[in-house]
Design a protein around this ligand. Sequence first.
Ligand code: ADP
Ligand code: ZN
Ligand code: ZN
Length: 691
Amino acid sequence: MALLKDMAPRYWLRIALDLPLPGLFDYYHTEPVAIGIRVLVRFGARQLVGMVIETPDQPEYDADRVKRIEMPLTDLPPMPDVWLDMAQFAARYYQRPLGEVVLPVLPAPLRRPAAYTGKKSAGGPVARQLARQSKNPPIKKKNKKLAAPVLNTEQQAVVQRLLEASHPARFLLYGVTGSGKTETYLRLALEVLAQGKQVLFMVPEINLTPQFEKTLRQRLVADDGAAYPIAVMHSGLADGKRLESWLAISQGEARVLLGTRMAVFSPMPDLGLIIVDEEHDPSYKQQDGLRYSARDLAVWRAQQLGIPIVLGSATPSFESWRHAEQGHYELLRLTQRATAVALPEIRLIDTRRAQLEQGWAPQLLEALESTLQAGQQALVFLNRRGYAPVLHCGSCGWLSQCSHCSAYAVLHKGHKHYMQCHHCGDQSPVAKHCPDCGYVDLKPIGHGTQRVEEFLTERFPQARILRIDADATRRKGSAERLFAQVHAGEVDILIGTQMVSKGHDFSRLALVVVLNADTMLFAQDFRAPERLFAQLMQVAGRAGRHHEGAQVLVQTDYPDQAVYQALLKHDYAVFAQHELTQRQSVGLPPYVHLALITAEAKSLAQALDFLKQAKDWAQHPDMPGRDRVFLYDAVPLRIVRVANVERAQLLIESQHRSALQAFLRAWGSQLDELAKYYRCRFTLEVDPQEI
Ligand code: ADP
Ligand code: ZN
Ligand code: ZN
């Protein structure tokens, strides 16, 4: 506090704003404002919502020029200290300004100035939400309570370990698909809930929440018969719903939070357990803004609070597997399917020796035929949406190149046919003749989900065929509707991309066919085999969960690859060993830590020059951590141009996380200026998932 000209007291505030600028911003108020309170401020011509982070004795900025806040937003109590600590950690670790953490994670109404100042803002969004809720009390979904199955011996052992563990209680639950991991989560959760604590359940995908929510509602019921209130949090929720969940969970009313990666940032006053299902899933990593790993932050949060965390997977990430090997996590195993149904048989179909019909080996079509005859469901998996990945002129060799990207425009069919680039999203009409030579007979090359659908519809006219991919589920709620059709048994052949591979439980599924696995194998990324193995195990795990004799057929030109051989045996552990040995020998994660800087500019030369200069600066003798950090050369991205912007990247590696952190902090803070000079935009990503 200080008395200045006008004699009104000034309480200095340092405020986080959601701006791509480093540091906090000085303001004052004439009354004290607590740390963790949101405030409305002017910033230049704009009005913004910020959050008070410090209340110093003096501003850092020239006191005469510091502005007063417009008003504190006191419709919610201050954010708790533990929450602010986690946000500080995330900002530091991922090298972003604090304002880019604490504000974007709030439900939109809480950070939108208009929600407080607009004509219809009466009382602010919280008051309006509470009024809405009291007018329309939420309909209590009635789910009949489900009895818990008797745990098998393996599950019992796991649950017992989970319950008796002392801190730090970090578990990696490695259980084959269908081994009853969920059941062990539920037992542990019930125990923790009964102690009056809250539980955070994390799943990688929005699509998985309805099924999971149903299970939680049926099973998380106290001894006295009262269901524990559950809140759901993901980016598909409308603003009001998300605010409702946020309020319920942060005020302790809801006892369970089920959510996707953003849920890790929800304040939970009584948090007592975190479960991260499918912990290996790359969706836990945010791909823009604050590029955080929700799994890693969850581990941090559990550590901070001294509470147990369970990371579950049938194909753990190699990072987590290695943590378990080193004893940082306790490894728990479930080796058998809980329903006593054997894992499906996996077979490789060597496409080098097969006569393919529209990309299909005859064995696959025969298997489909007999599955249909037996009245069972089949799943056809391929990770490529659209009709065909490229259009080709047989006369001059022209290909449907996107005019903004170094990639092909994909042919889409449907009510309307169109070309679309999957990198920039640009849509254009389908060329009727070759733009180069005028030849009229342009041919689609390769197969996407739509073409597979067309082929199977002709081939099996009596079958009920459904396609689930990003195109089929663009409209809100449509994914849920389509999956409901599958669950209801109204579908004989389901065609899908990775959207269908995760977590779902299709009761009559007896055959899984994988069409283009090889394209995933030869992606440039060093994690490609790990990802492919996880995806194939996942998708194979959809089959025969309830009856014997299910089959998984994988088409490949490369049956000898380690990933396929391990797949045949369902042997994650051997595969992990093999890959980890290789990673160690060439120095890749989890044996080293990485950061990736990606530069974008009008021309590749600018982007490369910026990165080269940045690398030169890194060699400065005063740079912290310099001798323990290695910088690779700047290289163009594989798809160099996207949306008329050219891109290059530079990889930074260190054996020592702390050295890398110190280096990035010092170095990263100089790069903004440099990027301006080279007219580049850049992003710095810590622990990048794709390189
Ligand atoms: P995971 O999460 O490991 O893939 P789930 O928890 O979904 O496996 O369990 C697979 C199936 O086995 C589910 O239908 C579940 O109800 C059933 N299940 C789990 N535990 C048992 C048990 N002890 N006895 C009988 N069925 C079980
Ligand atoms: Zn041509
Ligand atoms: Zn494009």
